[in-house]
Design a protein around this ligand. Structure first.
Ligand code: ATP
Length: 257
């Protein structure tokens, strides 16, 4: 991949967003977070090979140079971190809509995963840091499987999805398309919040109407029918006690076996 080629194909880059490509790094999120205090504007950092990709709560995200896209986007928002509730879900909508425009239909799993045929296709990890002059930098990390060889699936330890059709697309063009979809969505999120995305999220909700359990530290804390998300990005669960809104902390959602 070439930064100049991605930038030439991206409207966001033409509007001033900086694009960088590195051959290998541990974590693109860690790299951009370390630079957040010195960033002058939004930056996309793409790693051809990410060796220590992170998931939520210290979990890891595996990738391969041939079969994965790994990148992070640093984006500054006004207000404090609380202004960013719902951002991972809005990012999911943006990625899903771009993939749809490229002919790949994917579904969303609350709070932060893209699924294809029921298996995880992409993960989103957002980390934040206060900006020196006010506001907050969000570093939005995305790992997307293009290919999923058996050997890698075995290392992950559960089924995972891929989009081999897109693996054949020119990488720079694919990254530029995902970047522009994200940039448009982030502007919209800054202006209107998650309310601009809730209906779009619900349209692609993987587990609508399914019986799900919510796990915290491996323990079931809630069980109910998944009823989509509200305008704040909370998951609505229809339980025996009635409908409850769930905030995305470090909880995991599973379809009930
Ligand atoms: P869940 O909500 O299912 O508990 P999570 O939100 O905890 O998932 P993340 O932190 O987003 O998961 O991602 C890390 C997890 O994703 C890992 O623990 C692993 O199971 C799985 N994983 C790691 N690499 C990949 C990959 N390339 N494709 C699909 N899944 C992966």
């Amino acid at each position: 991949m070439k930064a100049a080629a991605i930038a030439a194909l991206s409207a966001a880059a033409r509007a001033g967003l900086q694009v960088e490509v590195v051959a290998e790094t541990g974590s693109t999120n860690a790299d951009l977070l370390a630079r957040a205090a010195t960033l002058a504007g939004p930056v996309l950092l793409v790693a051809e090979h990410q060796t220590a990709g992170r998931g939520r709560a210290g979990r890891s995200w595996l990738s391969s140079p041939e079969g994965s896209l790994t990148f992070s986007l640093a984006w500054k928002f006004d207000g404090g971190p609380q202004a960013l509730a719902g951002l991972p879900l809005a990012v999911g909508v943006a990625l899903a809509e771009t993939l749809s425009s490229l002919g790949q239909q994917v579904q969303l799993k609350w709070p932060n995963d893209l699924l294809k045929d029921g298996d995880k296709l992409a993960g989103i990890l957002i980390e934040t840091q206060s900006a020196p002059g006010g506001g907050v930098w969000a570093v939005i990390g995305v790992g997307l499987n293009l290919l999923m060889p058996d050997e890698m699936e075995a290392r992950i330890g559960r089924h995972a999805a891929a989009v081999p059709w897109l693996a054949r697309m020119e990488r720079d063009a694919l990254v530029a398309a995902l970047l522009d979809g994200l940039a448009t969505a982030l502007d919209e999120f800054a202006a209107r919040g998650f309310a601009a995305f809730s209906a779009r999220w619900n349209l692609r909700h993987a587990w609508q109407g399914e019986t799900v359990v919510l796990l915290d530290g491996g323990q079931v804390v809630h069980e109910g029918l998944a009823a989509g998300v509200d305008d704040a990005g909370r998951l609505l669960l229809d339980t025996a006690q009635g409908r409850i809104p769930v905030l995305a902390g470090d909880v995991s959602l599973r379809v009930k076996a």
